[in-house]
Design a protein around this ligand. Sequence first.
Ligand SMILES: NC(=O)c1ccc[n+]([C@@H]2O[C@H](COP(=O)([O-])OP(=O)(O)OC[C@H]3O[C@@H](n4cnc5c(N)ncnc54)[C@H](OP(=O)(O)O)[C@@H]3O)[C@@H](O)[C@H]2O)c1
Length: 256
Amino acid sequence: MQDIFSLKGKNAIIVGGAGGIGQAIAQGLANYGASVGIASRKLENLKQAASEIEQENGSRVKVFQVDAGDESSVRQLVNNVVSEMGSVDILVNSQGYNLKHAAVDFPMDEWDALFNVNVKGVMMCCKEFAKVMIQQNSGNIINVSSVRGIRANAGGNSAYCASKGAVDMITRTLAAELAPHKIRVNAIGPALIATKLTAKQMLEPGRTEKYVRNIPMGRIGTTDDMVGAAVFLAAPASDFVTGQVIYIDGGLTAIG
Ligand SMILES: NC(=O)c1ccc[n+]([C@@H]2O[C@H](COP(=O)([O-])OP(=O)(O)OC[C@H]3O[C@@H](n4cnc5c(N)ncnc54)[C@H](OP(=O)(O)O)[C@@H]3O)[C@@H](O)[C@H]2O)c1
């Protein structure tokens, strides 16, 4: 019987692949047989992440510099990935950041900058890699959204929540539009996970404990918790799944 979770023979590019969630997903895809490339802005971080993935897995990991918020840089990334890796079977968009200000004080240039990476950056990567996937008549895109795409909170989170709501709708819209080309588009929606992105807020006394009280499973997530859903979405196991957001949140979005 076919191994429905095997990624052997597949090429995967993970944007944000040196970040907490992106690196865990890159590692997971490599462990299930994919050839992996990781991309983001800081070359040093990419090289470090690549060597960690290689150490666990034994496979070669390619690194690519890109600013996902810059259209010409994204186009260059696609050219580089195609010339170095050949086909692009799996794209993971794990780039993104958060910036909090009270709504009435939110500097709109900072709002634009966040949207430029979290929304336009995801769209541009989907758009440019989809052109390659359309030529292949196959492909698979996984966007890293957040529970904040459907669960608002106070505390200055308007830009981030709105950006993740947009990622959810990019996911669904492109799933519909690209389905005739045999390209699937899904997302994962993590709840709070300890990474660089959340390091500052997790240092606030009592903050994590308060958050955990709303999680039925009684703990925050780990980057490793993201791997199973990403492998599932990338693999033949999910061949008839598209346009979905899978929440990896210990039950947070199931209640309240
Ligand atoms: N941690 C959480 O609790 C949590 C929960 C829900 C959703 N998420 C989402 O998960 C994704 C990954 O977050 P994380 O927690 O893994 O954060 P992280 O450790 O800070 O990783 C973010 C990654 O994005 C890259 N990146 C940022 N801006 C970029 C740009 N303009 N172009 C290319 N790459 C860029 C960063 O690399 P460079 O800075 O080198 O470019 C880094 O590799 C984000 O979309 C985040 O919103 C996180």
